[in-house]
Design a protein. Structure first.
Length: 131
């Protein structure tokens, strides 16, 4: 068997729990986005990231603060997560990269506190003391 290389070997930075969908929601007429709509958002987010120079997972550390500049609320959100979860510098950077991706999927040029909160949530399953 050949050696696998490239993006397939990147680490997984998301840890999420997916609860069961209640029966009534399974049977009801959904108002959510279609798979085609979601695929379009993903395609646009990838194009946005590539226009900046690389996929978000590959943003060099020296450019990370610039490409993921935070306002005061974002700084507070990230600081609280780092302190409460005891995050390493590497985890801090990964959260910023995931938040950048969440912002891209949202069509936002800037990373906001809500994007950071969502990114932190994706890491929270491996940290039992995040509240």
């Amino acid at each position: 068997m050949g050696k696998i290389s490239g993006p397939l070997l990147d680490r997984i930075d998301l840890h999420i729990e997916v609860p069961a969908v209640p029966y009534q929601e399974l049977r009801g007429v959904g108002q959510g986005a279609t798979s085609t709509e979601i695929a379009g958002r993903v395609k646009q987010a990838r194009a946005t990231a590539l226009a900046r120079g690389s996929y978000n997972a590959h943003i060099p550390a020296r450019q990370l603060r610039k490409l993921c500049a935070l306002d005061a609320a974002g700084e507070r959100t990230l600081e609280m997560a780092v302190r409460r979860m005891g995050l390493s510098a590497r985890s801090h950077d990964r959260i910023l990269k995931v938040a950048r991706t969440v912002a891209d999927l949202d069509g936002s040029e800037t990373v906001s506190a809500k994007h950071l909160a969502e990114a932190v949530q994706y890491r929270s399953l491996d940290r039992t003391y995040w509240q």
